[in-house]
Design a protein. Structure first.
Length: 552
């Protein structure tokens, strides 16, 4: 039996402000013999969105038994472009990278000390994993070992050595192809662009939330070659912070408009957003095509925050560049500890077991309640009356998207209900769509394009056939697509499978709205107590706690 593995992503930010500056979404993972034992996305424990203060909480988490350290373990730390070291609040956990010359494709040695409780310094080995490699390693627990002759790509706002990296997995070995900041202009379109922030009325400190919002907003418009030419000529107005008047002047002079402000309800600005999204997708596809031709890889494993761009993901698959594409549900920084732990376990010779996305289990009591039909019927009764139900079952999802265990659900065929849920209850912006959850067997009948396994993680969008549009009025985007999550069987999510099956068989309901169980700007709820407080605050109609129905 090999030692267990503890992995952390906890690099200190530049400041201790309420919102992250350059580092966000700290997390910790405990893994043993290829199985994830414990995992925590820190924001779920502290209630602070994108929390980056693991150094302040890790001692507390361990000393209070919230995270259980094995007697013997290996420790691996993930870096960022800000640094490689980690030291906890009172210095009881320390890590330093010792080998600064190793490539991104290998886990290298580190040096550290851990002295908490029974933990003895001499019992542990210390390792360092690059941010880039940890991102692609996040694929392992959800898809198994990398397939032979695969391209492994990371793409985000910034990692350790850049914001884009590519590796070739060939003959059982990960070989670095390239890395650097050469794709930073693309990622900055979503998280560091003055025009984009002006369109969304966002502040620079909102950089962690803007990409997701802008993706949803871009679906409102149509891409235009004329607009794209204007954007390119002006470098996408990337650095026009506090210069809205100059952006407006340029738009008015070029297109003959008389704008006095940037109004995101205007068709023009919606088309600007769609043009930016289209440019991003085009450039990513071109890059992946070039890498495939260079490596002749059959498969793509794709991770990093940019892999949350569902429009681009869908185009990658539709392009046919690769035989198959794999993207983990926690492809953003919240999954870095999972990736590092899996890679070290794999390096130690352990087979990585397949996992569901429901891994956020620290501080969650493990309760295996049987699903009673009465609870299914009671939930259905609320939903059929246009009610809203919160779900808090077992462990929460890893990653930024609720996949049925920390969800707010309602009928998907009611646009007014969807708007009330999104805007009035969750307090989200008017342009942000909600997504549907449905049985995979139904999805295959109502979509224009071919189904794909990544729909289980809500990572793709699909065109809805016109004859089914009324069944999905609450979840169809302006471009007639929907970001569908599919449930294949009871094994995927027992409660949601039972509920969806009952609603379809007895009432002909094809799908439900599935949006995260949180108010705007807050983390997804974690514990049952948090869920009950949030449900009461949002004034929803009922809640499911560990498969038990509770009317509010």
């Amino acid at each position: 039996m090999t030692k267990a593995t503890i992995a952390i992503y906890g690099i200190k930010d530049l400041s201790s402000e309420d919102r992250p500056v350059l580092v966000h979404d700290h997390n910790i993972c405990v893994m043993s013999e290829g199985k994830i034992i414990q995992y925590l996305h820190l924001e779920r424990y502290t209630g602070r969105k994108h929390d980056n203060r693991l150094d302040l909480f890790i001692e507390e988490l361990v000393e209070e038994g919230i995270i259980h350290l094995p007697e013997k373990f290996d420790f691996v730390c993930v870096n960022s472009f800000l640094g490689n070291g980690f030291i906890s609040k009172n210095g009881k956990i320390r890590f330093e990278r010792t080998d600064f010359h190793s490539g991104l494709a290998t886990i290298s040695n580190g040096n550290g000390k851990i002295k908490i409780g029974r933990s003895e310094i001499s019992e542990h080995r210390f390792f360092h994993c690059s941010h880039e490699l940890a991102h692609v390693g996040t694929c392992l627990p959800f898809f198994g070992s990398f397939r032979e002759n695969s391209l492994l790509v990371h793409f985000d706002g910034g990692a350790g050595n850049g914001n884009f990296s590519a590796f070739h997995f060939i003959d059982g070995t990960i070989i670095e192809i390239e890395s650097g900041w050469h794709m930073s202009q693309l990622s900055k379109l979503f998280n560091d662009n003055a025009l984009v922030f002006a369109i969304l009325n966002s502040k620079p400190s909102d950089h962690c939330s803007v990409p997701g919002k802008f993706m949803g907003y871009a679906a409102m418009g149509l891409s235009s070659e004329e607009i794209l030419k204007w954007l390119k000529e002006n470098d996408f107005f990337a650095n026009h912070w506090d210069k809205e008047s100059k952006i407006l002047q340029s738009a008015n002079n070029t297109f003959g408009y008389l704008f006095d402000r940037i109004d995101n309800t205007s068709v023009f600005w919606q088309n600007v957003a769609a043009s930016i999204q289209g440019y991003f997708t085009q450039r990513v596809l071109a890059k992946l095509q070039s890498l495939q031709e260079k490596s002749n890889a059959d498969f793509l494993y794709y991770s990093g925050g940019c892999a949350l761009n569902i429009v681009t993901n869908s185009k990658i698959i539709a392009s046919g560049i690769f035989l198959d594409v794999f993207i983990p549900p926690c492809c953003n920084d919240s999954g870095l500890s999972i990736g590092a732990a899996a890679l070290l376990e794999w390096q130690k010779g352990n087979k990585i077991l397949l996992h569901s996305p429901y891994l956020n289990n620290v501080g969650i009591m493990s309760i295996e309640n049987t699903i009673r039909q009465e609870a299914i019927h009671q939930t259905a009764e609320i939903l059929l009356k246009n009610g809203i139900v919160g779900i808090c079952n077992a462990a929460a999802e890893a990653g930024p998207r609720a996949l049925g265990n920390r969800s707010l659900i309602a009928l998907a065929n009611n646009k007014t209900l969807a708007q009330r849920l999104s805007m009035d209850i969750k307090k989200r912006e008017w342009y942000r769509p909600v997504a549907p959850i449905m049985l995979n067997s139904i999805a295959l009948k109502i979509i224009e394009n071919t189904g794909h396994h990544l729909s289980q993680f809500m990572l793709l969008d699909f065109q809805i056939k016109k004859e089914f549009a009324k069944d999905f009025e609450g979840v169809i985007h302006a471009n007639n697509t929907a970001r569908i999550q599919t449930i294949n069987s009871e094994r995927d999510n027992p409660f949601m499978f039972s509920l969806l099956s009952y609603l379809f068989e007895k009432h002909g309901i094809k799908a439900l709205i599935n949006t995260s169980f949180n108010a705007n700007g807050e983390p997804i709820v974690h514990t049952p107590d948090m869920a009950i407080l949030a449900a009461k605050s949002m004034k929803i109609d009922a809640i499911i706690i560990d498969n038990n129905f509770r009317k509010l």
